[in-house]
Design a protein around this ligand. Structure first.
Ligand code: NAP
Length: 330
């Protein structure tokens, strides 16, 4: 089969399309023919080596944590899936492997793909939807709450807006002027053009903030949310620390900074800060797919690249201005 493999950390050109043996399925695994695989910012962060301190890979490595495809083979202990099933999944960071013709995934990380979605649409959802789901859960978003979702036109933001609306919250979101219409169509009550307006003023005293920007946006989110409110951060910025201080010291300084930030938020403003990382989970993914079937959630696809052009897909996503999701097609 073909796979896009990384032999050395670095620029997008380090991604090479190669022939490799098909992966072997263990007893709890499912082997899947990849029909589409989404690209996520974490992929280019790993590719560049920025995540080395927290994620050790044995190169060469096949990236890719989002897939939609067809089951080819199931392991001896797998029940619930059979060859021919159309599925979606976000495999764990220990495996990844979706930039390929075939991938092996744990059966408990898989959900059936709804017939109403194409493979390209389905592949765009798992990682961002699981992340948005967990973040909104950490924020305890309920009806009538006012929530700020940063970067509403991006992968996570475009799903988080829809999920928060589904929960009945009032949604404010940041985006550039060209994406105002898009975020409104997803259900945002208020689009804040971050180039001409200050979100800190518009969103002052909201109940919750989903921060996907990191950096200065995190302390600003803590001071913007109302006293006793909640902030969920999905981009705490480990690479900034490891780049500056090296792997070991960087992680220690990061831990100290994060602990201090959480404590200060709690003591000075009663704000609860959580750092959310995507957890792979077939059951939650199944619930996400049911929301798609009910019409509460729709994918937003920006561009589709052939698998062989994975490097171009990375370069595009790295601009930081994709509109929804970027997807690879074998
Ligand atoms: N913790 C986790 O498990 C987890 C999971 C998924 C993602 N993440 C992280 O979360 C971040 C976002 O992920 P993503 O997939 O949503 O990224 P993405 O799709 O690449 O986000 C692109 C979007 O960001 C918007 N944007 C850029 N600068 C902005 C700014 N200053 N203010 C508001 N919006 C801005 C752009 O909108 P405009 O073009 O309108 O500017 C664009 O639509 C990444 O750092 C990613 O690594 C973490």
């Amino acid at each position: 089969m073909r796979a896009v493999r990384l032999h050395r950390y670095g620029a997008a050109e380090e991604l090479r399309l190669e022939d490799t043996p098909s992966p072997r399925a263990g007893p709890d695994d499912v082997r899947v023919a990849v029909r589409a695989a989404a690209v996520n910012p974490v992929d280019f962060k790993i590719r560049s080596g920025a995540q080395r301190a927290v994620l050790r890979l044995s190169l060469p490595w096949t990236l890719g944590m989002d897939v939609s495809g067809e089951v080819l083979e199931v392991g001896a202990r797998v029940s619930g899936f059979k060859p021919g099933d159309q599925i979606v999944a976000s495999p764990s960071h220990r495996r990844m492997g979706c930039y390929a013709d075939e991938v092996v995934i744990r059966a408990d990380e898989i959900a059936l793909k709804p017939a109403c979605l194409t493979h390209i649409e389905a592949a765009s959802l798992p990682l961002v939807a699981l992340t948005a789901w967990d973040a909104l859960k950490a924020l305890r978003v309920t009806r009538s709450q006012r929530i700020l979702i940063q970067a509403g036109a991006g992968g996570v933001g475009s799903v988080a807006i829809q999920l928060a609306r589904h929960l009945g919250a009032e949604v404010l979101t940041t985006c550039s002027a060209s994406n105002v219409e898009l975020v409104r169509s997803l259900g945002a009550d208020r689009a804040i053009d971050y180039r001409s307006e200050d979100w800190r003023d518009v969103a002052r005293d909201c109940d919750a903030v989903l921060d996907s920007l990191g950096g200065d946006a995190l302390p600003d989110a803590i001071s913007t949310v109302r006293r006793g409110g909640r902030v969920a951060c999905i981009t705490p910025g480990v690479p900034d620390f490891t780049k500056r201080y090296g792997s070991v010291l960087g992680l220690l300084v990061f831990g100290g900074w994060l602990g201090g930030t959480m404590l200060r938020a709690r003591l000075t403003r009663g704000v609860s800060l959580s750092v959310v990382t995507r957890r792979t989970n077939g059951q939650t993914l199944g619930e996400v797919m049911r929301l798609v079937e009910s019409g509460a959630l729709r994918p937003v696809i920006d561009r589709v690249f052939p698998l062989a052009e994975a490097a171009a897909a990375h370069r595009y996503l790295e601009t930081g201005h994709a509109r929804g999701k970027v997807v690879l097609q074998p």
